[in-house]
Write a protein that binds this ligand. Sequence first.
Ligand SMILES: [Zn+2]
Length: 273
Amino acid sequence: MRRKFLVLLSLLIFIPVLFLNEEAAAKADRFFFEKQGRAIWEIPTNKKMIALTFDDGPSEIYTPLVLDVLKEYRAKATFFVVGERAENFPEIVQREVKAGHEVANHTYTHPNIRTMNKDSFIKELRQTNEIIHQLTGFSPKLFRPPGGAYNESIIYTANEEGYTVVLWSWHQDTLDWKQPGTSTIVRNVINNVRNGDIILFHDYGGNRMQTINALKKILPELKKQGYEFVTVSELTRMNPNYKYLNLMKTFKYSNELPPYTNRTYREPGNAKE
Ligand SMILES: [Zn+2]
């Protein structure tokens, strides 16, 4: 009897501890941030819409070529620009905005923000914001961390600075920065595309001709399938679960969680390709 009581007692003590640990462990993962609208990876919608995104530019060589292809297929995209590069090529950033694309923040120097202190990170965000604002008259609302690095501190700081953190759809990462070959990039996108995807490309950081040639195949094919190419901000408006994103400026450690549906994901690296 006494032993039974002791077993019961220890269960009563350990079960809550297990749950607490689980909650603590869940904190740093994608679902935790996504549930609160602090960061997005894609925007599930029943509309055939996708967001093409380009990181690390502007590049004086490749960005104009990307813009030419987008124009040809009347596609809108989002450019996550590096502040110091935007400063060097202001006319390209202005061309992006004039063509109806969204310009977003990708830090000032593309540092490793995981190891950076909070003040330096904030400086990176604000310097870039200032340049984009000077060049376009708009303040960016979206931030993508260099290398897709995220943790609580990065996401909360970006939120406090008024940004929604934008990652990308893991199930069809183009890996174009590795220059895997035009046809591999095309296949990664075409074979895995889903409504509401946020697709990652790069318009700087090496020879980007594979990316540009892949776009020339991807855009007409997806257009034929009925997809529309919109900016990330436009895409967020397609799902009522994400309507709060536009209020992010005033969103600060809110306990008000948005409605959320569970979905399944493959982590990057677990993909077959
Ligand atoms: Zn980058």
